[in-house]
Write a protein that binds this ligand. Sequence first.
Ligand SMILES: Cc1cc2nc3c(=O)[nH]c(=O)nc-3n(C[C@H](O)[C@H](O)[C@H](O)COP(=O)(O)O)c2cc1C
Length: 357
Amino acid sequence: MQQTSAIITAERKHSHVEICLQREVCFDMTPTGFDGYRFEHNAAPEIDAAAVDLSTSFLGRKIGLPLMISSMTGGYGDALALNRTLAEAAEKYAIPLGVGSMRQALEGQSHRESFAIVRKAAPNAPVYANIGAPEVAAGLDRAQLSTMIDLIGADALIVHLNPAQELFQPEGNTAFSGFLDRLQTVAATIPVPVIAKEVGCGISARVARRLADAGVRAIDVAGAGGISWQKVEEFRYLSRFPEESRFSPSALQELLNWGIPTTECLKGLSELRAGHPEYAQLGLVASGGIRNGIDIAKSIALGADLAASAQPLLKALHAGTLERTIETWMNDLRAVMFLTGSATIEELKKAPLHNKL
Ligand SMILES: Cc1cc2nc3c(=O)[nH]c(=O)nc-3n(C[C@H](O)[C@H](O)[C@H](O)COP(=O)(O)O)c2cc1C
């Protein structure tokens, strides 16, 4: 039985990568909001462009630039090569990397190496384990938690909240009740911090507060505007049940675009941190539709500690341009820092950002 569910999980992870590479699955009606902002140009920056320093820190670790490679994959044959390449890039640029959901590693022994490779290829970079809210809600015991953390020598455990994805997924698990209590137990049990993330529908300040109260140390908003997991799962649903429509056509469009835009999440969570001392130390990651280094810079100025990206980096990896893409984003970020007179990421946090007229 466990073996069967491990095979289903592995097939699903494989099909997710294929759909994300080949299909148009981004939000089309809900933009991230980054285009609505512009930095105030600084005509007298008083710094040398060559001296701009991209390094920063996250969860107590120094990192090379404020970028994380978001959780994507693991648990099936081809995932080993993908994770190795992602981990090599994480090590080279000293940036954090999340592995994909480790549910498959809990269901069986096969393909565990596709996760373990990450620590081998990135001995020094922060690497983060990953599991879904439904698995947390169902209850994870100490041995399962240790398996995930030990398999990759994880520096943190990411718990992904994906109710819309599970709702659209043909074989989805929508049993979320009891999640926060169980999350609190997980956070109190494991020796590494818990990061909570969405997968593309965003996290509001209201929810972030409840997550932080349960012991979560950082929130990755994964807001709307990048990939829509409702669309990914709708492709999978229609390939099985081509004649069946679950929702009325106009509601379907709204549901496929359901979510809080990434910049709206960032504003809400920055205000939460600024206005409430008890949440001031909550880490904040910007993701969902990051397209370049200017989006990273805007994320920082909107209050994030770093930005994270998944689908654009997967596409770059597939095209053989992963490292070039990261270096181009570094150049974008350096350009913004010079033109706003920000020598460090700390200074970029204070750079004036305006709503475009
Ligand atoms: C192929 C693929 C697989 C993913 N699998 C996971 C996963 O297992 N766990 C998770 O937390 N997020 C997963 N995600 C979601 C991403 O981590 C990210 O939150 C989301 O794609 C939004 O970022 P983006 O717009 O930069 O792609 C996956 C994304 C992609 C593209």
